[in-house]
Write a protein that binds this ligand. Sequence first.
Ligand code: FDA
Length: 307
Amino acid sequence: MLGPVILAASRSDKMRRFVSAAPGTKQVVARFIAGETVEQVVPIVKDAAAKGLEVTLDVVGEDITTPEQATAARDAYLELIQHLADLGLGTKAEMSVKLSMFGQALEGGHELAIANVRPVVEAAAAIGTTVTLDAEDHTTLDSMFAIHEELRKDFPQTGCVIQAYLFRTEDDARRLSEAGSRVRIVKGAYKEPTSVAYQDKAEIDKAFVRILKILMEGDGYPMIGSHDPRLIAITQDLAHRAGRKLDEYEFQMLYGIRSDEHLRLAAEGHRMRVYTAYGTDWYGYFMRRLAEKPANLLFFLRSMITK
Ligand code: FDA
C-alpha cells in the first residue's frame, strides 16, 4: 500500500523540499547514490572494473523545466564521458539517460531531447561505449521509442528500456527483438493507471517472464534489470533453452542493492552491469527506491529520528 503513496510524493515539490532538508537524509541517500560529482563516481567505476563488474552511469535528474537545464544535463554527460576517456575506462562504462532531463516534456520537447541527447550518444560512441534510454512514465514512451529509432540509424548500439508492468510491452519487445538491438527489461518503477499497466506483483512477474521469452528467442541482446532471485533463475534457464552463450545477454542491478548478488553472478561468468547513479538531483530516483521496498522508508524514518 505504501509504494503508490511514496511514488505520488516523488513528484511533489513540497515533499522534495521536506525530504531534502530532513536530518539523516544524506546518510540514507548514500546507499543508492554513488556520489555527487564525477570525481566521486570515477573511483567506483574503477573498483567495479577491478571486481569484474561493468557499470552504466546515470547522472540523476528528470522532469526539468527550462531549456537551459536540458543543456546542463547534456554537458554533465559530456563531462562524464571526457573523464572516462581520460582514464581509459570507456569500454567498462556505458551511460543511462532519462529523456525528461534532456527537455522531452518542454514545448517542442521531442526535438529538443534529440538535439541534446545526440551529442552524448556521439561522444559515447567515440570512446567505444554506448547509451541506453531509460523508460519513464507511459506518456513519454512513444517519443522515447521514436528517439531510440532515430538514434539507432547512426548509432545502432543505442539501447532502450521496456517495462513489464505495461500492457503494451509484449508488442514493443517483439518489435525490438531484431539483430543488433539492445533492450533492458525491468518490472517498471512509476505510478501507472490500471488502464495501461498491471498493478498486481504476480501479474507483473508473469508478464516479465513472457517478455523475457520473446527477448531470449529473438535476435537482439537482452539486458535483464532485476534483483528478483526467481526471475534471475528463470533468465538463466530461458537463455540456456534459447541456446544463448553467457556473452549473449547480461544482468543489470542497481548500485547499493543486493551487491553480493552482483559479485556472485559475475563470478559465475555472467556479464553484470551495475546501474550507478550519481549527482545532486537525486530526489526522484531516491523516492522510487523507497517505493520499491517500504522497509527502506522505515529505515529512512528511523535515521531522521535518531539523528
Ligand atoms: P522486486 O521489486 O520484486 O525486488 C526483488 C528483491 O530485490 C527484493 O525482495 C529486495 O530484496 C531487492 N530490492 C529491489 N528493490 C529494492 C530497493 N529499492 N531497495 C532494497 N532492496 C530492493 N524502472 C523503470 O521504470 N525504468 C527504467 O529505466 C529502469 N531502469 C532500471 C535499471 C536497472 C539496472 C534496474 C535493476 C532497474 C531499473 N528500473 C527501471 C527499476 C525497476 O523497474 C524496478 O522498480 C526495480 O528493479 C525493482 O524490481 P526488481 O525486479 O528488482 O524486483
